[in-house]
Ligand binder design. Sequence first.
Ligand SMILES: [Zn+2]
Length: 236
Amino acid sequence: MRRIVFLGPPGVGKGTQAARLAAELHVPHLSTGDLLRAAVAAQTPLGREADGHMRAGRLVPDALVLGILRERLAAPDARDGFLLDGYPRNLAQAEALAAITPVDAVLAFDLPREALVERLTGRRVCPTDQSVYHVAFHPPKVPGRCDRDGAELVQRPDDRPEAVGTRLAVYAEQTEPLLAHYRTNGLLRPIDARGSPDEVAARIRAALPGDARSGAATRSRPTAGTRRRGPGPSGG
Ligand SMILES: [Zn+2]
């Protein structure tokens, strides 16, 4: 099985790596934001409930997020595993998750604080098409303008220096006990997130449990096997 959790502070680049690894392992890439949006769009009972909270400007309660996650994990494409990106965020969520599914590995991404601050505060987005740039690492061709539509790029309030400090502090406070928990039960795999995306991807592969690692190396899985329960929904 490839039941994998990605943990890491904002700015560490785990979303990019999660999308890449999920494609290699043929498992769904699940982030809570996407899960909630999908449930709302599908108008499931839990999705409608979540929508009510979000429209009222409230956080979606943990129990509701967990219910939506449980339904998602029951979908056919998650039967060989999943990649959870950014969930759980705290010890209570980790315990709730353990009650609905086992996990095979927890990859914890780490970068020095200065690097995180540089990545986050340098980020600029296009308000028109949501393209993401970085003033140093991925600058637009014309400074301050979107390559695709020429719109003036903006900095999200979340990416301003004072907000970044708060986000990193909140992450550290909530996640330390979570890291300790997964270290104790032997699931934690620390990942050095410095360097290029390819370098980080290589470290991820080396850190995966053997079964998932061979899946990533050979890329595709056999179409018949003892774990298969009937034909897949659409192939990969
Ligand atoms: Zn644009």
